[in-house]
Write a protein that binds this ligand. Structure first.
Ligand SMILES: [Zn+2]
Ligand SMILES: [Zn+2]
Length: 710
C-alpha cells in the first residue's frame, strides 16, 4: 500500500530539531498531532541516563509492528477464544527524542508516512490514545456503584446526560476496564479492607460492633457486625427477629445472614448481619453467640427462620428460651417444585391451600382442611407434604396463636421489604468491598425512610372518621401506619359490630359480638383489671385491639382504651429515650462532622449553580462562550489557592472505597467453598490479627485494621 501523510495545521507537525521542556510535553504534542491527523499513539521504549533521567524515547503510531500470531498453535477445544481484529500492520511512523545538553528534549528523527489509511475526523474520538476516562465519568461510575447500579447503566446514564460518545471521551469498554482495575487492585486485600472498613466505623463510633474469625491460613471464615442504630433498634424491637440465610452468597460463596425485625412503622428494620463460609452448626453457633453479645445478651422472644437442621440446632443451644418457628413463605415457595407444577397450576390449588394455611383459626380446622386439600390433589403419597404436615406446629399460623405478636413478622418477612432490600446488593459477583459500599448506602436510605415516617407521624394529624374518643386516642399515640390499621377496627366496630349477648360471672363478662362475618366473637372481659381478650386474637397476633374489644370497651363506657392495649413498640415516641450498651456507649449515630457537612453543602451549591448557569447560557453561542472562558479562568485562580495534584489511579480507587489498599495482607479472602473442610477456628493464633473484643477495649492491641487505616 502506498504511504499516507496526516494532514494538519503547520504548527502541529513535528520538525526535526524542535525542543521541549519535558517528556510529558513531547507526548502531549505528538498526541495532538496524531489525533488531528487520525492515528493513535503508542509510547515506545526509552533509555535512562546515568543520573536516572530519560535520555531518549520513541513515540510511535499504534499500528507499528505486528500482532503476535497464535495461528500456529491449535485452539484448545475447551477454551473459547475471542477473535480480535488485527490492528498492527507494521507502520513505521514515529518521532524519536533525545535529551540535549540544554536539558531539553529535541526531536532527532521523524517518520511522517503511514502505510495505512488514517481515521476521518468524525472517528478520531474513538482513537485509543485519544480516549480518557474523565473525572466526571469516574464520579458517575463510583456514585452509581454505591447505589447498586452497574457500569453498563452508569455509562448509559452518561450517554443520556452528557450527549454522545465524543463528549464522554471514553467508551463503555474503557469505563469497564477502569472499574476492572479497581477489582484487580483490591483482589487480595479484599477481606482485610472489609475488616478495615468495619474498624473505621468502630473508631468513629465506639457503639459500632463487629467481630470476625480467620482460619489457620489467615482466611476470613466468619464476620458479624451491627452498628449503633441497629443495636438501638434491637433494644426497641428485638423481641421479634427474622433470621434469613436464604440470600445468595458473595463471590467467595460466603452466605449473607441478616437479622431483621419490624419497627414502629411496621417497616422492616435491620439488626445486624454476618457472612459465613459454611452452614455447619458451629458456624451458626458462632454467629448467634456473637449476635447475642452485640445485643447485650438479650435474646429475642421469637425467631423466624427458614428450614435448616444446623441452624435449628444452633438456635436451640444459644437461644434456649426463644420460640423458634419456620418462615411459612419459604415453605409455601417450595410447594410447586415439590408437588409438580402441573398440580400447582390448577386454578383452585392456591385458593384452597391459602385458605387452609392462612385462614384456619385452630388446629382442628387446619387439619380437616389440609386433609381435604391432600385428597383433592392426590398428594397422600407425597413425602415432602407429609413432612410439612408433621411439623405443622412450627409454621402454620393456627398453631402460633399463643405466641405474642407472631403475626407481625409474617407480614413483612418474605414479602416486599427485607427481601428486595438485601437482594439489591447481595450477589455472586460482588467482593466484600463492593458489597460494603452498596450496603452502607442502602442502609442509609432505609433509615431515611424511617425518619420520613417519623416526621409524618409526629407532624401531621390523620383525619378521623368517627367522633369517638378512642379513635382520637389512637391517632395521638400510634404511628401513622399502625393508626391506619387501628382506624379500620374502630370504624368496623361502629359500622359492623353488635352485641349478641352478655353473660356475667363474678368479675368476668363474656360478651358475644356479631361483626357480620361468619363467626361470632367472644370477648372475655374482666371488670377488675379492665382488660379483655377476644377469640379473634387480633391483639395477641398483631398487637392491635380488635373491633370486638373496642365495641366491648365502649359498652363499658370506657371512652379511651386502657393503656395496656396501646403497645409501646407502635407508638410515635417509642424511640425517644436514649439507649446505652453495657459499656456505656450511647446507641446512636454520632453527629456528622460539621466541616464535612459544610463541605457537602458547598459542593451541592456549586453543582446547582453550574447547572443553572448552563441552563441560562446554553440558548446562545455568546452565552456559552462567556461561560466557558469564565470557568477556565477560575482554574488559574484556584491553582493559586490549592495546588493541583494529579492522583494516581490507586489513589482514585482509595478515595472511592475510603481506605488505603494495604500492601501487607494478613486477613485473606476465602478462596472458594471447597476450603470448607479446613475452617478451623484459630482465634488465639499469635501471628494473626485478633478479632476485636468488645470488653476491655483499652487493653486491646491495635489490629491490622487500625494500622492501615490512618
Ligand atoms: Zn501509522
Ligand atoms: Zn376480636
Amino acid at each position: 500500500m502506498s504511504s499516507v501523510c496526516p494532514i494538519c495545521a503547520d504548527g502541529m507537525k513535528p520538525i526535526v530539531g524542535m525542543s521541549f521542556d519535558s517528556i510529558e510535553d513531547v507526548e502531549e504534542f505528538y498526541k495532538v498531532y496524531a489525533h488531528e491527523g487520525g492515528f493513535s499513539v503508542r509510547v515506545g521504549s526509552r533509555n535512562l541516563s546515568t543520573d536516572g533521567q530519560i535520555a531518549n524515547k520513541r513515540f510511535l503510531c499504534s499500528r507499528n509492528g505486528f500482532n503476535k500470531s497464535n495461528d500456529d498453535k491449535p485452539d484448545a477445544p475447551t477454551k473459547k477464544k475471542k477473535k480480535r481484529a488485527v490492528k498492527r500492520c507494521g507502520c513505521d511512523a514515529n518521532i524519536y527524542v533525545k535529551l540535549g545538553a540544554d536539558k531539553k528534549y529535541h526531536i532527532s528523527s521523524f517518520v511522517e508516512e503511514h502505510n495505512h489509511t488514517l481515521v476521518s475526523p468524525d472517528k478520531t474520538p474513538f482513537l485509543h490514545s485519544n480516549r480518557v476516562v474523565s473525572q466526571r465519568a469516574k464520579n458517575t461510575l463510583f456514585t452509581c456503584h454505591k447505589a447498586s447500579i452497574g457500569t453498563s447503566l452508569a455509562y448509559r446514564l452518561l450517554q443520556v446526560t452528557d450527549g454522545g460518545f465524543s463528549t464522554i471521551g471514553c467508551t463503555k469498554r474503557d469505563l469497564q476496564n477502569y472499574y476492572r482495575g479497581l477489582r484487580e487492585k483490591i483482589k487480595n486485600a479484599d477481606a482485610q479492607l472489609f475488616i478495615a472498613q468495619l474498624e473505621r466505623k468502630k473508631e468513629a463510633n465506639s457503639a459500632f460492633f463487629y467481630d470476625f474469625v480467620v482460619d489457620e491460613d489467615g482466611k476470613l471464615v466468619y464476620v458479624f457486625w451491627a452498628d449503633a442504630t441497629s443495636r438501638k433498634n434491637y433494644s426497641h424491637f428485638g423481641d421479634l427477629v427474622s433470621f434469613d440465610a436464604t440470600y445468595s452468597t458473595n463471590q467467595y460463596n460466603m452466605k449473607f445472614t441478616p437479622f431483621t425485625g419490624v419497627n414502629h412503622h411496621m417497616q422492616s428494620v435491620f439488626f445486624g448481619a454476618g457472612f459465613l463460609l459454611n452452614e455447619k452448626i458451629e458456624s451458626y453457633v458462632w454467629l448467634f453467640k456473637t449476635f447475642l453479645s452485640a445485643m447485650g445478651g438479650k435474646a429475642p422472644s421469637l425467631i423466624v427462620t427458614d428450614e435448616d437442621a444446623s441452624m435449628k440446632a444452633a438456635i436451640a443451644s444459644i437461644f434456649p428460651d426463644t420460640v423458634h418457628r419456620l418462615c411459612m413463605w419459604h415453605i409455601l415457595e417450595k410447594v410447586p417444585d415439590k408437588v409438580g407444577h402441573s398440580t400447582s397450576n390448577d386454578k383452585d390449588f392456591w385458593p384452597i391451600l391459602n385458605a387452609c394455611v392462612w385462614g384456619s383459626e385452630n388446629g382442628d380446622e387446619f387439619e380437616s382442611r389440609w386433609k381435604t386439600f391432600i385428597t383433592k390433589y392426590a398428594l397422600e403419597r407425597n413425602e415432602w407434604m407429609a413432612n410439612r404436615f408433621a411439623i405443622r406446629e412450627s409454621w402454620v399460623p393456627a398453631y402460633l396463636m399463643d405466641i405474642p405478636l407472631s403475626g407481625i413478622l409474617r407480614t413483612t418477612s418474605r414479602s416486599e421489604s427485607a427481601n428486595s432490600f438485601f437482594n439489591r446488593f447481595i450477589h455472586r459477583k460482588l467482593s466484600f468491598v463492593e458489597f460494603w459500599l452498596r450496603f452502607d448506602t442502602a442502609l442509609e436510605c432505609q433509615r431515611q425512610e424511617e425518619l420520613k415516617e417519623d416526621h409524618v407521624s409526629l407532624h401531621t394529624t390523620p383525619q378521623l372518621s368517627t367522633p369517638w374518643a378512642v379513635e382520637k386516642q389512637g391517632s395521638i399515640l400510634y404511628t401513622r401506619n399502625v393508626f391506619k390499621k387501628f382506624q379500620t377496627e374502630v370504624t368496623a366496630a361502629r359500622d359492623h359490630c353488635s352485641v349478641v349477648s352478655i353473660t356475667p360471672f363474678e368479675s368476668i363478662k363474656m360478651v358475644v359480638i356479631n361483626d357480620e362475618s361468619k363467626r361470632d366473637r367472644v370477648v372475655r372481659w374482666c371488670t377488675t383489671s379492665i382488660f379483655g381478650n377476644c377469640s379473634c386474637r387480633l391483639f395477641e397476633k398483631m398487637g392491635i385491639p380488635c373491633r370486638h374489644i373496642i365495641s366491648v370497651a365502649r359498652g363499658e363506657k370506657l371512652y379511651e382504651l386502657p393503656e395496656a392495649y396501646i403497645l409501646k413498640r407502635f407508638q410515635k415516641r417509642c424511640k425517644r429515650e436514649s439507649m446505652y450498651d453495657e459499656n456505656g456507649n450511647l446507641l446512636d449515630e454520632k453527629p456528622v462532622d460539621a466541616n464535612e457537612v459544610e463541605k457537602m453543602k458547598k459542593i451541592a451549591l456549586v453543582r446547582n449553580k453550574v447547572e443553572e448557569l448552563i441552563q441560562h447560557a446554553k440558548s446562545s453561542k455568546e452565552g456559552m462562550d462567556s461561560l466557558v472562558s469564565s470557568v477556565m479562568n477560575i482554574e488559574a485562580s484556584l491553582g493559586a489557592v490549592v495546588p493541583n495534584t494529579v492522583q494516581t489511579r490507586q489513589q482514585e480507587y482509595e478515595v472511592f472505597i475510603g481506605c488505603q489498599i494495604p500492601t501487607q495482607i494478613d486477613i485473606h479472602p476465602p478462596t472458594d467453598v471447597r476450603s470448607k473442610g479446613r475452617c478451623k477456628r484459630t482465634k488465639k493464633s499469635k501471628e494473626l490479627p485478633k478479632p476485636r473484643k468488645r470488653k476491655n477495649s483499652s487493653e486491646q492491641q491495635p489490629t491490622q485494621g487500625t494500622q492501615m487505616n490512618q
